[in-house]
Ligand binder design. Sequence first.
Ligand code: FES
Length: 151
Amino acid sequence: MSSTTLIFYVNGKKITENEPDPEMTLLSVIFSVLLHGLAVTTGEGIGSTRDRLHPVQERIAKAHGSQCGFCTPGMVMSMYALLRNTSKPSMKELEIAMQGNLCRCTGYRPIIEGYRTFTKEFGNEAVCGMVNLCLIIHSQEPIFPPELKLN
Ligand code: FES
């Protein structure tokens, strides 16, 4: 592997680019980014209608939080990132996590209502009965590539 080889992972799949164009962005591979030695996880990487939806995808759908769908990947991945960092977030943390995502269709209420079910304020009566266990059982997210782990 030369120093001009770019290696990264998209949803657990290794991508190797030899002598990449320095102006190339991940847009040419997925939708946007320029990186090396990192793992990228997209909405498709955590679940899909083809296999099984991740709970963050399922709850935005069940709450009718997606209309045109333009904002949905950002909303889903913001919620996913929040839950990866805080298994039981507060409503305040949820609102902060959603900042930066603009939705022109829903008025945000159904999105927040769907994701409220993950918060402390909602309590332990999660939609599937056990929020954290539900996330573990339903999660199809790829493991972090061992090649990229720091010792
Ligand atoms: Fe259309 Fe959010 S569902 S922008």
